[in-house]
Design a protein around this ligand. Sequence first.
Ligand code: NAD
Length: 513
Amino acid sequence: MTPGTMSSSPKSAAYDVIIIGGGPGGYVAAIRCAQLGLRTACVDAQVNPRGEPALGGACLNVGCIPSKALLDSSEQFARIQHQAADHGIRVGDPVMDIAAMHARKDTIVATLTNGISQLFKANQVEWLHARGQLLPDCAVALSAPADHSAARGTIRATHIILAPGAAPIALPNIPFAPEAVVDSTAALSFTSVPPRLGIIGAGAIGLELGSVWNRLGAEVVILEALDELLEPVDRQIARQAARQFKQQGLDIRLGARVQQVQAQVQAQAKSKSNADGGGLQIHYQQKQSPQKQQPNQSVTVDRVIVAVGRRPATAGLLSPKCGVSLDAAGFIEVDAQCRTRAQNVWAVGDAVRGPMLAHKSSEEGAAVAERIKAGRAQVGHVDFNTVPWVIYTAPEIAWVGQTESQLNARGVAFRSGAFPFSATGRALAMGEPVGMVKMLADRQTDRLLGVHMIGPHAAELIAECVLAMEYQASAEDLARTMHAHPTLSEAVREAALAVDQRAIHQAPKPKAR
Ligand code: NAD
């Protein structure tokens, strides 16, 4: 049994706050509520692969954390294969032990999910393992999934926070089939490397999972309906990313809308191994084809991952008269302060408007806790202009603020400075001199408007830029801030200097005569 405070029967019939959902939005809200002295219960139905109740939601159990564990394992493998010799390290042919890789991942997940239950215990948050349904007047009906130890009955609170998260979207004509056509959750536990892997969707999930299995030896083809790769990303950064992915062997086909995976999928799924059965045929419509190919194309693979987005996980959450409404896309309707239409019912995270990112959910969860304690919706702070975005490919892609296209569309005059990692000693020493930092600042005031990067540890480097933007810093502020040498962060400072065309380690642009 998982350690912590899980109760099979509620300790009380009435709480100050009940939170439905124990992911990054819900558990952070619960801890913050408890810190503020509110009597708090968190209702969560998640179980881990061993069937044990586990806090942390999709992020910790089947999302961010296990995928990062696999990304790291596969990166180590690729480094040993391709870079060890450059460092003078001679190794034989490395072999990936997939079972050991998964065991490592599972240990990391268990450490973190158990850590949350310990934090609940330390903060006296009551954890109720059950499915919660919102009833009118801030009541919550608890029902047991298949699990007899789950809590049941009806509990009440002065305030409710809904944090149900999101679940993978399935494509209408493409049913999931075990070991054959899977979602991003199942793709984290492949027990062998598929020789040919098809991925539908080149979003963060498709690119991250594609990178993992490609590094471990799969031939990966990613089919993306849009004409451009990584549409929300700065175009220059996206082009560099496309080049890197191509070099790594990822076959990304743009303008390719998948319509069907051939009917034999179902029969083959039953036989478990598609590699033996001749494969799965993915049929897609090619919007534009430089080779003037037929619009209807197909590709044969052994497994398919469907990574076409996530939808709010609100099934069974709301009783008909609870007063909370959903929008046309199924998101819980909230105002800027996360208030739903029902009195004292709040909602945060992936199930409400805004980016589906764990850190955005956590920020909303903490802010709502503070609003409840203060009795005013105006307290708490979530700044949508400074949300950091990261795609954990190699190299990593990270950004904050606006892109050039967004600024141009709004008619904002700006200056831009870019600096390549290849000109920093640290990136060269690491053997990763790829990518760049690009900074955009207001032409008049020099205030930072956006920072975009692709390169080693971009996910960590973006934090400095988020803080700078949060403090409304100028590019000059960053340029005048001392950065340790030799570090990757020097590329951030040099990009800030480049905004004023005075980067030190970059030849000046030739002057117009
Ligand atoms: P996404 O929406 O980012 O990407 C899905 C892609 O699938 C889109 O580009 C879409 O055009 C494409 N697509 C849809 N239907 C298609 C079809 N029939 N054929 C071909 N392509 C099709 O979704 P995702 O990558 O599944 O991620 C889901 C959510 O989780 C996103 O909001 C994402 O931001 C979040 N997430 C973030 C991270 C991260 O921050 N690193 C990691 C994982 C997930």
